[in-house]
Design a protein around this ligand. Structure first.
Ligand code: G3I
Ligand code: 9MR
Ligand code: ZN
Length: 569
């Protein structure tokens, strides 16, 4: 089998495919119907236990002319076709963003924007506050995944991925994606994220604390969202959600400032309140489902990384905007300095704790620091890309060194077998997010070093390694599957998504990223076709009931969007 990125390659980029057998290979131009006169170099890369086969890497970087091609081996094996094109990832990028529109809760999706995937208004009743007789209107936000819950940390992390991508490479977000707000003068990535930010705002109490989630008590059946009649409940406040909220509201206040200054100011005010709450509530209020509740838990044994991120963002943003706006909410001018000193002190405490608890923060664990459970790389990003470096050289140095250690470890993982930064134990629930998160850590580390005096070859290696991660997701894997609906010759088709399973349309909407292979075999469907001896990359089933291998989720899509937008910029 020859597997490769079925969406294609940028003309000037390195081009890799993977074969499970040796041989001689040639490139066929599918338009000209003839062999292309270029050299394919074949490197033996050893046995890869995650794939359960020998690996040969085919380098065909010499193919640079735009066109449609495939690879053939002398013994008759054929790859999928692929394109070489300057904007080969553009429609993929836009579909990954458009996905969030399809996850919108509390509004109708009209044909104009949703085509055949139009649907009615869902979850518009008020939300019950357990233990009281209160009911709150908690509107908007995205359905988390294949279920209809709305979870604050999951949403905050997804928005952060997108806003950071926009902040770091805004040129990647020029196209409109046909959502109701398109054409209002604001980039669609910000229009879409606003829909979630408005929801997150409603999750905050007056004292600054942020509730963990709004869901029904138990998961509803496989019905369309507008047919889900279960009551929605508001669950308790957690330090994790409050910290994630503080961080994302800071980013939002910077990013929306040129478009909507009064919204930006509200975001900063809410971030400030969340920061106050965090300082007054130093304990980790880890979430556990109450008796009888089975919806998503998003439990987290440590909130150190979340607090680190929150204080990094508060410190950076308080300075950034504080000088230009009415700061009456935050106290008089003379209080500003002492507030910022406190943010810095908290940032340093949490950072040192994090580093002490993670002596091997180098990617040999699943700690990429870019996901819902560990946000340490997002904290590092906040510090390292602060143009004013308010955290100071010492903190910046430690944060950059953490990113570099991770990036170096991810590069080293690509030395043999698959050119992929994944080890056997990394195939957890949502492994495709691990793949994409590692790409993103490589990308931000490269960008951070490019700003300094550091050698550019190193950055190039990081970016190539990041690209290989994207190749894997788009088809260069042991089961030759493209993990994004609608893209490539072999896209997965049956996500664990209540909408897709009940909309009576014979295909899924495009742009959904599957969770991907999960060695832990956590649902009945995957257990029917895999066991402990199955190689990790093959612990996957394109079946709508395999939620541990084939669900979709907002922070998986946003993570892939980050790297795809980077390569399309
Ligand atoms: O972090 C540990 C790591 O230290 C350990 O070595 C490794 C090996 O077991 O596991 C890691 O924990 C995993 C954790 O995700 C973090 O990656 C757990 O095994 C794994 O079971 C857990 O899966 C989570 C799943 O919910 C079950 O809790 C997924 O990340 C998370 O994306 C998923 O989220 C669900 C929501 O609850 C409900 N909505 C759908 C959504 C997507 O499936
Ligand atoms: O659909 C649910 C999915 O979103 C979750 O990630 C998953 C794990 O929490 O659970 C799914 O719901 C299943 C439930 O946990 C057990 N009964 C079957 C449900 C799928 O229909
Ligand atoms: Zn809804």
């Amino acid at each position: 089998m020859i597997s490769l990125n079925e969406t294609g390659f940028l003309p000037e980029a390195d081009k890799l495919a993977v074969s499970d057998h040796d041989g001689t290979f040639r490139i066929i131009d599918d338009n000209e119907k003839k062999q292309v006169d270029v050299n394919i170099s074949v490197t033996e890369a050893g046995f890869d236990e995650t794939a359960g086969s020998d690996i040969y890497r085919l380098d065909f970087s010499e193919v640079r002319d735009p066109g449609i091609y495939h690879i053939e081996s002398a013994d008759g094996d054929c790859s999928s076709t692929f394109k070489v094109e300057p904007h080969v990832y553009r429609s993929l990028k836009n579909a990954l963003l458009k996905f969030f529109y399809f996850q919108r809760c509390g509004c109708a999706l009209y044909e104009k924007h949703a085509g055949p995937f139009k649907r009615g208004v869902c979850h518009s009743k008020t939300v019950k506050v357990p233990g009281t007789d209160k009911e709150l209107p908690i509107k908007k936000g995205w359905h988390d995944a294949g279920d209809y819950g709305r979870y604050s940390s999951a949403g905050a992390v997804a928005v952060a991925h997108m806003l950071y991508a926009f902040e770091l490479f805004p040129e990647a977000f020029n196209e409109a994606v046909n959502i109701p707000e398109s054409g209002n003068g604001i980039p669609d990535v910000l229009n879409e994220c606003r829909y979630e930010l408005d929801f997150l705002s409603e999750m905050q109490d007056e004292d600054g604390g942020v509730h963990h989630k709004v869901t029904s008590r138990v998961f509803c059946g496989f019905v369309m969202p507008e047919e889900d009649t279960f009551d929605q409940e508001l669950f308790s406040v957690t330090s994790m959600s409050t910290a994630d909220f503080a961080a994302v509201m800071c980013i939002a206040s910077r990013v929306y400032e040129p478009y909507d200054p009064s919204f930006a100011r509200d975001c900063l005010h809410q971030a400030y309140l969340a920061g106050q709450w965090l300082m007054e509530n130093p304990e980790n209020t880890d979430f556990r489902n109450p008796e009888g509740c089975n919806t998503g838990e998003y439990e987290d044994g440590s909130d150190v990384d979340e607090r680190m991120w929150a204080f990094a963002e508060l410190l950076r943003t308080d300075h950034y905007i504080g000088h230009e706006h009415d700061r009456s909410f935050a106290g008089a001018d003379q209080q500003v300095q002492s507030r910022q000193d406190r943010y810095l002190a908290h940032l340093m405490t949490e950072m040192d704790l994090y580093i002490k608890d993670h002596p091997h923060s180098d990617g040999r664990s699943t700690d990429d620091g870019f996901g819902w459970q560990d946000v340490s790389s997002l904290g590092a990003l906040a510090v390292v890309f602060d143009p004013d470096n308010y955290a100071g050289e010492e903190v910046r140095g430690k944060m950059l060194s953490m990113l570099c250690k991770r990036a170096d470890a991810f590069v080293a993982m690509q030395d043999d077998g698959y050119p992929l930064s994944m080890t056997d134990k990394d195939y957890v629930w949502g492994s495709n997010m691990v793949v994409a998160n590692r790409a993103n850590v490589l990308i931000i580390t490269s960008l951070a070093l490019k700003k300094g005096e550091e050698v550019p070859e190193k950055c190039q290696r990081y970016e190539e390694a990041a690209m290989n991660q994207v190749h894997y997701i788009l088809g260069m894997n042991a089961i030759r599957t493209s993990y994004v609906t609608g893209f490539g010759e072999h896209p997965f088709k049956n996500p664990h998504n209540r909408v897709t399973a009940s909309d009576n349309i014979d295909r899924p909407f495009p742009g959904m990223l599957s969770g991907g292979p999960c060695k832990l075999l956590l649902d009945e469907e995957i257990k029917k076709s895999a066991d402990e001896t199955t190689p990790a990359q093959k612990c996957y089933k394109d079946h709508y009931m395999s939620y541990s291998t084939n669900e979709i989720a907002i922070y998986w899509n946003s993570s892939l969007l980050f790297s795809v937008a980077f390569f399309d910029r």
